[in-house]
Design a protein around this ligand. Structure first.
Ligand code: SAH
Length: 347
């Protein structure tokens, strides 16, 4: 690569470069890896998503077949828990065709050990027809551009080489600046940062258009913010700790907080109805996770009881994952409000 490059190209190279990319060279999940995700914490997470899938399928008018799509399935744990839950809805269990969108051959192998599915490099290659799409901690991995307002107007942050290491520099912004909301563009004060994730927005437009054309629903779970705002959220995590964003490229996970307000706009512009976002804690409680924890605890040993209580706390409590993590849904308006959401959410 010839520098300097945008933050988006840097992120993309670090995460998904065919030879050196972080996700292509390892399984980053779990206690021995770099980070842990909700489905890896407890089966209860996937079970609640499974119930959500069943409810949506019924509200969609029970289409057969129905494509069950997951973006960035990691080890496949979430999908395995969803599929197990579908056995309480036999009609759906036989109607689903599973499609996994995965960039990492290493993770695709783990998924293939646990699931019968078709694999795709991106959502556009998933065959048409009614679908139910799930994405947990996928959108945070999509590349962002970063901008800074200066006295001389907007500049974009680029990454270049300095003293054999990577360093940032400001230069004239690329055209993606135009996708920043007008309000943010116009009201920024010198020094303020703004971020934009063009591939996340494009993907939401594609998903929204498919919802409108084919009928479908999408559930997006991630950490992020609910209103457009200024700031800088690019972060690296390695071995369960924050790490330097420019240290050892390709050896640490790189993510940015998801702008849910922007995702909502892209989904609605394409013609989908959007619900939420609500917090992960609220969503899981509305889906009945507390009852499920009680049920599981009923047959459990004292040690398992403790583990179930700890997992429930971690998934739903503030300030654990319960608040920073948000859940957003999109559907056809005619389907009505999916389970887990409330008219008053929108915050
Ligand atoms: N959803 C899983 C894993 C989250 S990690 C869980 O909750 O445990 C992010 C996942 O997205 C990994 O499977 C990673 O390989 C995949 N991924 C990241 N960027 C991608 C891209 N651009 N295209 C397809 N998959 C991608």
């Amino acid at each position: 690569m010839e520098g300097p490059i945008s933050i988006a190209r840097y992120m993309e190279a670090c995460l998904t470069h065919p030879e050196f990319g972080y996700y292509l060279t390892r399984d980053p999940l779990g206690a021995k890896g770099d980070f842990i995700t909700a489905p890896e914490i407890s089966q209860m997470f996937g079970e609640m998503v499974g119930l959500w899938v069943i409810d949506c399928w019924q509200k969609m008018g029970r289409p057969v077949p129905v494509q069950l799509v997951e973006l960035g399935p990691g080890r496949g744990t979430l999908m395995v828990d969803i599929v197990r839950t579908l056995k309480i809805s036999p009609g759906l269990k036989t109607a689903v065709q599973i499609h996994l969108v995965e960039a990492s051959p290493v993770l695709a192998v783990s998924q293939a050990n646990n699931l019968e599915a078709e694999w795709h490099p991106n959502f556009s290659s998933v065959p048409g027809g009614p679908f139910i799409l799930i994405a947990n901690e996928f959108f945070d991995a999509l590349p962002i551009h970063q901008f800074q307002r200066t006295k001389a107007g907007w500049k974009e942050i680029f990454v270049g080489l300095r003293n054999a290491g990577f360093a940032t520099e400001l230069a004239a912004p690329g055209s993606t600046l135009d996708r920043l909301s007008g309000k943010l563009q116009n009201n920024a004060l010198p020094g303020q940062f703004a971020e934009i994730a063009p591939s996340a927005l494009d993907l939401c437009e594609t998903i929204g258009a498919r919802i409108k054309a084919d009928g479908g629903v999408a559930l997006i779970i991630d950490y992020g913010y609910t209103e457009d705002g200024y700031g800088e959220t690019l972060q690296a995590v390695r071995n369960h700790q924050f790490y330097g964003v420019f240290d050892d490229p390709g050896q640490a996970d790189l993510t940015a907080h998801v702008n849910f307000a922007a995702l909502k706009r892209s989904l609605s512009v394409a013609g989908a109805a959007v619900w939420g976002p609500t917090t992960q804690g609220e969503f899981l409680k509305r889906m009945g996770i507390e009852k499920r924890a009680e049920r599981l605890s009923g047959d459990a040993s004292p040690k398992q009881k403790k583990e179930i209580a700890a997992a429930l706390h971690r998934l739903t409590a503030v300030p654990a994952m319960g608040r920073l993590f948000r859940v957003l849904a999109a559907s056809r308006l005619a389907m009505g409000q999916p389970l887990g959401f409330d008219r008053d959410d929108d915050a």
